[in-house]
Design a protein around this ligand. Structure first.
Ligand SMILES: [Zn+2]
Length: 176
């Protein structure tokens, strides 16, 4: 593949736009139609989001091979490395309510609606992590804020490789 530099520009060129954006602005929800909003909401578990593609790209370039969205595993992890008994989730900070992260702030309007929705997501996430760990696998969560802050592909590769090759049973890459 031509042009595998580290710049964000390169990333943008290499990665197809996934259509459903994780940086969809929840503050806009009150001015869109219910149908449109429903379509946006269904993007919570959208496959192939841009941050996820970025992680996959880094792993692939580092020589790792993986499977995607294994429905049989708890929580249907985004990336699964069976050889390492390792599952990776790439989480949007808002939708998955990254604790203490500025991207996770709940909108001031329709607070109850958002709280119920997002607390449901968080509960599901915690359950998935617990269940995967109980199977004797390891879990890494890569947060959207980290991917935004960590623009250097080789550093991201190094972080991922280190965890895969013997990191703790549960770890997170985050930049809050
Ligand atoms: Zn975050």
């Amino acid at each position: 593949m031509a042009g595998t530099g580290d710049s964000d520009d390169t990333w943008s060129r290499l990665l197809p736009d996934a259509g459903l954006h994780v940086n969809f602005n929840p503050y806009m929800s009150d001015i869109v139609s219910p149908a449109k909003r429903s379509a946006m909401m269904s993007g919570i578990r959208a496959k192939d989001t841009k941050p996820e593609l970025r992680v996959r790209k880094a792993l692939f370039a580092a020589g790792f091979r993986y499977r995607l969205h294994i429905k049989k595993m708890p929580g249907c992890p985004d990336i699964v490395l069976s050889k390492y008994r390792a599952a990776i989730f790439v989480h949007g900070c808002f939708w998955h309510q990254h604790a203490g992260c500025k991207l996770s702030k709940i909108p001031a309007s329709r607070v109850e609606f958002w709280k119920a929705k997002l607390e449901g997501n968080s509960a599901r996430d915690s359950r998935a992590v617990r269940d995967i760990l109980s199977l004797g696998w390891r879990v890494l969560i890569v947060w959207e804020c980290h991917l935004r802050a960590q623009r250097d592909m080789s550093t991201l590769q190094k972080e991922l490789s280190e965890w895969i090759n013997g990191g703790p049973e549960f770890s997170q890459l985050e930049s809050t």
